[in-house]
Design a protein around this ligand. Structure first.
Ligand SMILES: Nc1ncnc2c1ncn2[C@@H]1O[C@H](COP(=O)(O)OP(=O)(O)O)[C@@H](O)[C@H]1O
Ligand SMILES: [Mg+2]
Length: 369
């Protein structure tokens, strides 16, 4: 990550280089607040031991996160995950907690409800939140990495996601500007000189050129965006966990908002593609067969629960292309270079955005072919 880029700029780069407001985003904190950040902060394990959790803590494991997150086993056999807000960003309470409260009050399909973390009431000061944890758990990333993601895993995730997207929401949710999200694609690909000079990574110009070639596709995505469901928006492979018996749990809800449900489906298709690209050598920008197989299984399962059709699948594929672009952008930001995977993502993304039918025609539409 480039430390000279402030939060707004970083988000602009992450959101495909341009100001895409995140749902519920609030202006960055005033400068004087930043001084608080220098105060000593206790280690995550010490924080957990300082909490009243209803039973003594048997063990604590810090989790990989930019904010303090820990998994705790209690002597009464329960497992809970504890999350503190990101002290740099979350100035105004926990957006994730609000979303999960909203979801728990909603009439969700049973498979979707079981796939959500349940809030655990906590008698603790500060803004720490507790949820029931899946333990032991493997992530979608683990399963993809080990090459053991099975049809049962894919179907369980597709069913839970379709139930989320089908949930009805009252007008207050749809009309709340903090709950609405536009397609995370730039509205304009023209950069100011300052933006160009502050762009991250040695291959920033390669990335920007690809983005600029795609401006007409971005305009179409904005035009066609159909915000009609609550969408997770961040279905990365480490935000999907599986517990015993392959039960799926979707975590990390801070970016959830009202949006186009097909974006989540495209996001997962892109996860399959990125994994397959990473795990096989070569520089040919062709869709790996194993990614195709997983994407087909996933769309088939998803569209048995929700109306599909050719257009819906084409839209899924365009969003998968968009997520591949984000992946390339994130690599540039994190590692300073696109690398082989980043270049392949850019090339495939261009193909999927311009000619979604090349993949869409090979995926299940949920309708008889
Ligand atoms: N309900 C849960 N059960 C088990 N582990 C969890 C759970 N929620 C979070 N974790 C662990 O904590 C990590 C970070 O949590 P997450 O909600 O994804 O926050 P973020 O990615 O925004 O830091 C996850 O990758 C996972 O390892
Ligand atoms: Mg996460």
């Amino acid at each position: 990550m480039n430390p000279t880029i402030d939060h707004d700029e970083r988000m602009r780069v992450r959101a495909l280089g341009f100001h895409t407001r995140r749902p519920g985003a609030h202006p960055k904190p005033p400068e004087d607040w930043r001084a608080e950040r220098t105060a000593d902060r206790p280690a995550v394990a010490d924080r957990v031991h300082g909490l009243e959790l209803g039973a003594p803590v048997a063990w604590v494991r810090p989790c990989v996160s930019r904010r303090p997150v820990a998994l705790a086993g209690l002597v009464d056999g329960r497992h809970i995950v504890l999350k503190w807000p990101d002290e740099d960003l979350d100035r105004t309470g926990s957006r994730e907690a609000e979303i999960l409260d909203l979801l728990h009050a909603a009439p969700l399909a049973p498979a979707t409800r079981l796939a959500l973390p349940s809030p655990v009431p906590l008698d603790a000061p500060g803004r720490v939140r507790a949820y029931d944890a899946v333990h032991p758990a493997v992530s979608l990333r683990d399963l993809l990495g080990a090459g053991v993601l099975g049809p049962g895993h894919i179907d369980a995730l597709a069913t839970a996601l379709a139930g989320l997207h089908a949930a009805p929401w009252p007008a207050e949710v749809f009309d709340d500007p903090d709950m609405r999200m536009t397609v995370p694609a730039p509205r304009t690909t023209l950069l100011t000189v300052e933006e160009y000079s502050r762009g991250v990574g040695a291959e920033f110009d390669v990335w920007i050129r690809a983005m600029q070639r795609l401006s007409d596709c971005f305009a179409e995505l904005h035009r066609d965006w159909d915000a009609r469901s609550l969408v997770h928006f961040d279905l990365r492979d480490d935000n999907v966990l599986y517990g015993s018996g392959g039960r799926v749990r979707i975590i990390d809800w801070e970016f959830a908002a009202v949006g186009d449900p097909r974006y989540d489906v495209g996001y997962l298709v892109a996860q399959f593609v990125v994994h397959a690209l990473r795990s096989r050598p070569g520089t040919r920008p062709a869709l790996p067969a194993e990614a195709l197989g997983m994407a087909d299984r996933f769309t088939a399962a998803y569209f048995t629960h929700t109306p599909g059709g050719r257009d819906a699948v084409r839209t899924v594929v365009r969003y998968a292309g968009l997520v591949l672009l984000q992946h390339a952008g994130a690599r540039l930001e994190l590692f300073g270079s696109l690398g082989r995977t980043g270049h392949l993502c850019l090339l495939l993304a261009e193909g999927l955005l311009r000619h979604p039918e090349t993949l869409a025609d090979r995926l299940s539409t949920g309708c008889a072919r």
